[in-house]
Ligand binder design. Sequence first.
Ligand code: BES
Ligand code: MN
Ligand code: ZN
Length: 491
Amino acid sequence: MNVTVLDTKSKLPKTELLVVFHAERAAPRLPADVEVSATALGDLKGEFRDLRLADGISGPAKRVLFVGLGKPAEFTVERLRRVAALAVQRAEAIGAAGAVLWFEQALCESLGGDFAAGVAAGEGAVMGRYRYARFKTKQKPRKLERVVLAGAGKHFENGVQRGRVLAEANLFTRDLQNAPGNALTPRDLAAAALGLAKRSKRIRAKVLEVKALRELKLGALLAVAQGSEEPPRLIHLTYTPKGKARETIALVGKGLTFDAGGISIKPASKMWDMKYDMSGGAAVLGVFHALAELDLPFEIHGIVPASENLLDGRAIKPGDVITAMNGTTIEVLNTDAEGRLILCDALCYAKAKTAPDTIVDLATLTGAVVIALGHELSGLFASTPRLEQELRAAGEQVFERLWPLPLLDVHKDQMKGEVADLKNINGEGAGSGSSAGAAFLAHFVGDTEWAHLDIAGTAWGGLNRDYVGGAQGSGVGVRLLLRWLENRASA
Ligand code: BES
Ligand code: MN
Ligand code: ZN
């Protein structure tokens, strides 16, 4: 789909479909020369997501779609993202090959300016059209070829370009998430990372294979992988800024390409969802997809430990003791608490090899966070109030919201082992499962500024938000981290 920008000050070109957005009980404002019959607009309410299609009786638009925005007091950037997505979906459904989405300047102003409105319009239009059809042998034809986003001036246009970059990065991540476990092994995830390095001179990708992992003693990652035929990988992406780096930031993502639980096997019900257990890693890769087109003053590392968690005669067993990269010994009491094991080695690696000022990790780490927060909020554990506040603010802006959860000394103490230095669960029936996972990781971070995002609830299965939501992967984390980085860059 080709997305272009038009200035609302210029004349509307001939179009099959014009989309106009309007507030509740406010007469829609049409571009010059466009006319629809008064009866077609009778009793138009304009509640949020209300739709009305009318024929153009004269002028450049063959048909006009009216999309309700609700009350002005309720306007948000999120609404704009949603109605832009809804508009392209309706355009597609009615068989239009081209559509113009018309964003009045007054509307953009009420949403925080032309740039922000352009970002949301670009994000909504691009993400709203996503479909995962890789394994459908009969591809449904896609009619909508051209979308024109009309808004005011250069700021809107720049916003749209930014929105497209963010949306395409999000969709890149969703494609990785949605791929089934047999089509996306650790080696495939590593290949995707190597592909990212080809998109920009400022991005390098390094993939550590088993021999290198042994030499560096990533014993926890190797232990999780040993029950599988598929060899593990450690992906290391680096973004180098144009000038001198202001800070070094490490983004770490859980890349468990299928989690059967290991010997502590999961029940069969919905086990297929565990193909999504690489969502944190996929989000880190998505960030680098966008970084190829952005300028940020940081050295940014993306580190993704990739493995399957299966069970065979060589698999780790409950009670086994393994040794992480930094020498810490771990008693594996439950092989299904594997995410923290592959992540602890990735955190050791990040600290040893990149000396980061700040680490943020993303992981589908615990079922418990789904119980606590559901599918619309990710769990947030941050080691400093500044980082907590920064990430939450970014989360509000991109509508990938975060909620803080506790990580106290009691949680860290619970992870101390009887037989080894640490154990990988806090006990049977101990509760506070998400804090326990975070506390385990905290033992490997030391005093580096760090945040852990538990995205087990938000990586898939959220509410329908028009541009995202439902059973498939959401790409959560990509727009969030990019916004956080951009905010920090301009602070
Ligand atoms: N990948 C799962 C967490 C998960 C569960 C994500 C459900 C999304 C939905 C993780 O590896 C896991 O199995 N965690 C265990 C930890 C437990 C054994 C302490 C869990 O949450 O049950
Ligand atoms: Mn597990
Ligand atoms: Zn897992």
